[in-house]
Ligand binder design. Structure first.
Ligand code: 2HG
Ligand code: ZN
Length: 490
């Protein structure tokens, strides 16, 4: 997530006890990227660019482009340069049966043979690269894309995917007679989670539309490009576009949380939830709004239930609870790392005050020096160590959607002794099940239930610890068979 700024100057720690139980909204699926929660006023200046419509108008003025009939394969022409790439003779040539098939899945409007319209899609916006495709397809869903690719793969028809066609290196237009699959019709915003700043949308959304959308919600896209008025987010992601906000927010590798991908043979890879590690949970969810209130100074947001605190007090030497002993259910450890100590302090105190006024926090302490801060961290970091002092501990490391994060802890507590803690800022729950010894009967009470439950929430069974011997054969709970076989190949 783009909030991990460690420009360390001042570090502040606070341990608080949240109160209220508020359920969050459901997450949606599909491709998701995470805009950062900075006010729109801090955006970089925008650069004007030629819109797709303007490009189309310009191309029309240039006159009709040559399009050959299907039986003849035209060698690609370049406006400004020549190519040494030869057409691979193994590829088939489009015929009327192919066109009929595409019409059967996309309808007439999704199959474009009109010369002018196909000609526009054959050439890049600079007018530099020009292909000779006969056919432009306009799918409207992942299923349609999958059917197109599966068919083309079996017929050995070459394909070029096309987004906003704003590329500068000739990557989005045909080289020869490839079928053009344009995602322009897949431009829906599916959901926006305004707590965690997670946008879920289709690949054909125009970047500028996404920017406008999230800005109206008080957020900012982590990506800005000169071509924003035409380029598609799908193309931005597939090329890992850098853009104008790279220094502040980093690459799309860090900002894209999940993807749904169609492979060249039509297989749909659902990798939407497995890449995400971005949830809060239970009644702690509203505190997570701290990410917005604390903004760029927030560097850690950890939580632990009171069982963890009790265990830490019992088993860790020299550790003291900085809060008075009381029946608080949850504790949160927040750390900020900013560059201006007085500004950061004021921001943190304002956040705490507001949280207490809102009844989200019952009590709290702020570390006054580094030694107090270390003591707070010792409690959180020592839970794992304390857990093994009990005898046996079964450890699960789960990524779970926001509104479910603590549900599994309560569910398990009916059967066994359990601790719930973890990295709330990453949606990462550490579920530790305590037992006097390792025993098949105890294990049978936990597995496969924990894995099945996590899988049903589209969570991950290994948020940060890896699979290892313990979970090597459990990967299917978090990854589809297609994704597993792909990782075996690569
Ligand atoms: C932590 O966050 C570690 O404390 C260990 O990842 C978690 O022992 C555990 O389950
Ligand atoms: Zn951890």
């Amino acid at each position: 997530m783009p909030y991990q700024f460690r420009i360390a100057a001042a570090r502040r720690c606070v341990l608080t006890t949240p109160l209220n139980s508020q359920r969050g909204r459901n997450y949606a699926t599909r491709s998701s990227s995470s805009p950062a929660s900075l006010p729109a006023s801090r955006r970089s200046p925008q650069v004007e660019t030629m819109s797709r419509r303007a490009a189309e108008r310009l191309l029309r003025r240039l006159g009709p482009l040559a399009v050959e009939p299907p039986a003849r394969v035209q060698k690609r022409t370049f406006s400004t340069t020549a190519t040494h790439i030869q057409r691979n003779p193994a590829y088939s040539v489009l015929n009327s049966d192919d066109v009929s098939y595409f019409k059967s899945i996309l309808g007439d409007s999704g199959v474009v043979q009109d010369e002018d319209r196909v000609a526009v899609a054959n050439v890049d916006w600079m007018g530099k690269y020009r292909g000779a495709s006969q056919l432009l397809l306009l799918p409207k869903s992942t299923t349609e894309v999958s059917k197109i690719l599966s068919y083309c793969n079996s017929r050995r028809l070459a394909v070029v995917p096309q987004g906003g066609n704003t590329g500068l290196v000739g990557g989005s237009v045909p080289v020869y007679d490839e079928v053009i699959v344009s995602l322009v019709g897949m431009d829906k915003i599916i959901s926006f989670d305004n707590v965690n700043g997670i946008l879920t949308c289709e690949a054909g959304c125009v970047l500028e539309n996404l920017s406008t959308f999230v800005e109206n919600e008080g957020f900012i896209m982590p990506l800005d490009l000169g071509a924003k008025g035409s380029c598609h987010i799908g193309g931005n992601i597939s090329t890992n576009a850098g853009g104008l906000r790279f220094i502040r927010y980093g690459s799309l590798h860090g900002n894209v949380l999940g993807l749904e991908v169609v492979l060249a043979n039509g297989t749909v890879l659902d990798m939407l939830s497995t890449l995400r590690k971005d949830n809060t949970g239970y009644d702690l969810k509203h505190l997570f709004i701290a990410r917005r209130n604390l903004g760029e100074i927030l560097s850690a947001f950890e939580f632990m239930d009171h069982h963890c605190i009790d265990l830490a007090m019992k088993h860790l030497e020299g550790v003291q609870n900085p809060l008075p002993a009381s029946p608080y259910k949850f504790y949160v450890l927040i750390e900020t790392t900013g560059s201006d100590e007085s500004y950061d302090k004021a921001k943190l105190e304002a956040f705490l005050l507001r949280s207490m006024e809102d009844g989200l926090v019952a009590d709290g302490v702020i570390a006054q020096d580094i030694s107090q801060a270390s003591n707070f961290w010792r409690i959180r970091e020592g839970i794992s160590e304390a857990s093994v002092k009990v005898g046996a501990v079964y450890k699960y490391d789960l990524s779970i959607p926001v509104e479910k994060l603590y549900d599994i802890v309560e569910e398990m507590r009916i059967r066994v002794e359990v601790l719930g803690y973890g990295h709330l800022g990453d949606g990462n729950l550490h579920l530790n099940i305590l037992s006097s010894k390792y025993d098949e009967s105890v294990l049978a009470q936990i597995e496969p239930f924990v894995y099945e439950w996590t899988s049903a929430q589209r969570g991950s069974i290994s948020a940060e610890h890896g699979l290892g011997l313990m979970k090597a054969e459990k990967i299917h709970y978090s990854k589809s068979p297609e994704a597993v076989s792909l990782s075996m190949v690569s």
